[in-house]
Design a protein around this ligand. Sequence first.
Ligand SMILES: Nc1ncnc2c1ncn2[C@@H]1O[C@H](COP(=O)(O)OP(=O)(O)OP(=O)(O)O)[C@@H](O)[C@H]1O
Ligand SMILES: [Mg+2]
Length: 705
Amino acid sequence: MGGAPDPDFRAVFRTTPGLYLLLTTQFEIIEATDTWLRHTGTQRAEVLGRPLLDVLAESPDERAASGPRELRESLERVARLGRPDAMPVHRYDIRRPDGTFDERYWTLLNSPLRNEAGRITGIVHRVRDVTELVRLHREGDERDELARDQQLLIERLRAANEELAQRDRSLSESGRLYTIALEAGRLGSWELSLPDRRMVSSAQHKAYYGRGPEDPFTHDELRAAVHPDDRATRQAALDRALLGGADYDIEYRVIWPDGSTHWVQVRGQVIRRRADGTPEHMAGVTLDASERKRAEEILEARVATRTRELADANARLTAAVAERDKAERALVEARRLEAIGRLTGGVAHDFNNLLAAVIGNLELLSAALGEAPPRRYAEAALSAAWRGGRLTQQLLAFARQQRLESALVEVNDLIAGMDTLLQHTLGGLVQVEMALEPTLWPASTDATQLELVLLNLAINARDAMPEGGTLRIATRNVEQAGATLPEELDPGEYVLISVTDTGTGMSPEVAERAFEPFFTTKEVGKGSGLGLAQAYGVARQSGGTVRLRSSLGGGTVVELFLPRAPAATQAEPNWTPPSDHVASRGSAVLVLNHEPVLRHIAGELLAEAGYQVQEASTGHEALAVLRERHFAAAVVDAAVPGMTGTEFARLARQLQPELQVLFITGGADMLEPNRLGPRERVLSKPYGRAELLSALRRLASAWAE
Ligand SMILES: Nc1ncnc2c1ncn2[C@@H]1O[C@H](COP(=O)(O)OP(=O)(O)OP(=O)(O)O)[C@@H](O)[C@H]1O
Ligand SMILES: [Mg+2]
């Protein structure tokens, strides 16, 4: 190129427009363009020879922290790989002369410089300051976003804003937002200046008191609008807020100018106090509570109804359960007595047969002994055997297996007839009261048994009143009224006899067992425990029952239910006492019994009394005898095996229509007393000579009449 001087490349480089640096492979600055120095606010003298990363001081701004690191990594890549390396926009803040930093954004290109041998000798570092671009871009984004938000806000709040702006231009920005919130929540707002009670309130607040937005509304008017019943509570809540510093929080009713009543909920606080604590300013919100109150009231009413329904259902259930329990207990009790009854009945039957034999033999023995002294022993034994006989009768009564001569009984007359007996039995300490229903129905039962039952009840009462007291016997008619009748009774009409005493009463345990035969609390020899058992048996066998009500110290009531006698029932004709003239003596009597001992005794008793006796041990045998010979009477064991007593009687009548039949029974047997024919009678075991003869005589005389 001749003598042309070499261009001063260094000077050329320095003046190159653009931001360039020439770096060593150690990233020290070899040269910088003027533009670079200007942009970075540095002087050439202070940067040449120094590592680039030292020259560019790190900004304290965290977001700029990655700049230097990324720059170093880019340079290292160039030095290592020998390829140009571009860096996208990144932030690298520049320190100003005053020490603060200027937020700057750059794009960079680092390119390797090689010598002829191809070895990397340096790096050309080119920078473009894109701060302006970035800023413009970002501002654009922000503007867009802001614009969107504002649009939304404006749309949502425009109406409110406009109204607000109109109403109160002096409201600050925050005040306006506050108002918007209140309106959105349909909250009325109010402020109360306390010294002068001046109140400022929003349109919504006024609306809750039934006032228009423009109506004046003073604190006094507000107080007057509060429902009279709620004024005291409101005042108390207000006082607590003013004096105690509590939040003012209350619900009360307000009466609108049109007279309607509404619920409001009010919340407030004292927002300013004087140094000495005196409240100066109060503010708060009001909201409508009518809807909620109504819902609450409906809910409460529903809950109350539901609770009531549940309680009712529960009560019905409890009653039903109690009713069922009662019925169950009554049933169990009835079954228990039934079972005891069957056992008792069986034993009593056997005893009756034994006693009949014992009594018969003793009577024969005592007759045979004549006036000889040992006759005393026989008679003592006889009287004991008779006592046994009475006991077995009671047992049979309880077992409902005794022969009941049910007939129409005028109970009041029967009770009246017992008066003297009762007075005598009860002694002077017990006062007797009668309350007899004048129009009492006749009852259907066995009069003799009923007398025994009443006598025993009276004795029980006396025993329970050792210091004296009152015995009250009352009668009345009981109509079919399911609930009042004991469970075991069929619906129907009953005659009720109640025997009440003011005695010791019974504990539940005693009352529960009182009807059991042989259950007694009395000392040995005083009670056999058969009285109530007999009462129960007689009543049940008559078609009624007995009910006991008693408590310790509270006296006792025994109620005897007897069925009303059907209209057709005839009163039992009074038997004339057996006359002494023995019409049938000397006549022939047939004795039918399969038990040899009993048969012989009956035969001997009759023979001794002058009858002509023939014995038969089976029904067929007896019928055969009847075909041969005429008999005035037959004494027939009702329970002959093979043929019942009644069957025998029927067949016998075909042979001898005039035959009189005396049935001997150990109990109710198969015989139905009211189905007895005119020439038939019944004698219960055990019987003695006198009973047998008198029965035969009655049979004869009844027939004779
Ligand atoms: N009026 C009453 N007051 C209190 N307890 C009574 C009354 N009646 C019965 N009792 C109780 O019931 C028990 C059974 O009575 P029940 O009449 O069956 O037998 P008893 O009176 O003991 O003996 P019995 O009647 O055979 O002479 C009595 O022992 C007594 O404890
Ligand atoms: Mg008794």
